[in-house]
Design a protein around this ligand. Structure first.
Ligand code: URA
Length: 209
């Protein structure tokens, strides 16, 4: 079974409170989503392997550590996932970025992929799939399956707010994918919105309604 990491650093919790507030407009919402994503990326990458290299300081030669070989890719689920990309890339500038877009077929209610462009070497990269809201889990489960079908093996899922229902569904479908979230909220309401949540993350990021 995968792990759920609730990243409850005070800076993240403080920024998340402002993100949730109804009166926070798109400019501040975007800034906060990116800042929280940067802080979370610090935790998500905590287990990256290190290797020793020889360097010379102005004083002497020494051994020191650098991140070894492991390459990363960030995969936002369109469209709200875009609001987390810059925050992660700020910390990991060499990361490649893949994109995946899904819609729900109105008749079958099955998720259908309408866009997918991945780095060609995703099989040898650690993937961080990002979407601000893990609500029912339907989109995340499908997106993870689509990237696995293209060869991804080493995947983490990172969101800002998760509902227990989404966590349960994702863990059942992808027990190999750890979940990183800034908050685990109470429940979903009848419209599949997270309570207390923050509303529609995509609309708030892009100023649409
Ligand atoms: N998607 C959102 O943007 N917000 C929710 O509360 C649930 C799904």
């Amino acid at each position: 079974m995968s792990k759920v990491h609730i990243i409850d650093h005070p800076l993240i919790q403080h920024k998340l409170t402002h993100l949730r507030k109804e009166e926070t407009g798109p400019k501040e919402f975007r800034e906060l989503a990116n800042e929280i994503s940067t802080l979370m990326a610090y935790e998500v990458t905590r287990d990256l392997p290190l290797q020793e290299v020889k360097i010379k300081t102005p004083v002497m030669e020494t051994n020191s550590k650098v991140i070894s070989g492991k390459k990363l890719a960030i995969v936002p689920i369109l469209r709200a996932g875009l609001g987390m990309v810059d925050g992660v890339v700020n910390l990991i500038p060499a990361a490649k970025v893949g994109h995946i877009g899904l819609y729900r077929d109105p008749e079958t209610l099955e998720p259908v992929e309408y866009y997918c462009k991945m780095p060609t070497d995703i099989g040898s990269r650690e993937l961080i799939v990002v979407d601000p809201m893990l609500a029912t889990g339907g989109t995340a489960v499908a997106a993870l399956q689509f990237v696995k079908d293209r060869g991804a093996e080493n995947i983490k899922f990172m969101c800002l707010v998760a509902a227990p229902e989404g966590v349960e569904k994702l863990q059942a479908a992808h027990p190999d994918v750890d979940i990183y979230t800034a908050a685990l909220d109470d429940r979903l309401n009848d419209h599949a919105y997270i309570e207390p949540g923050l509303g529609d993350a995509g609309d708030r990021l892009f100023g649409t309604k």
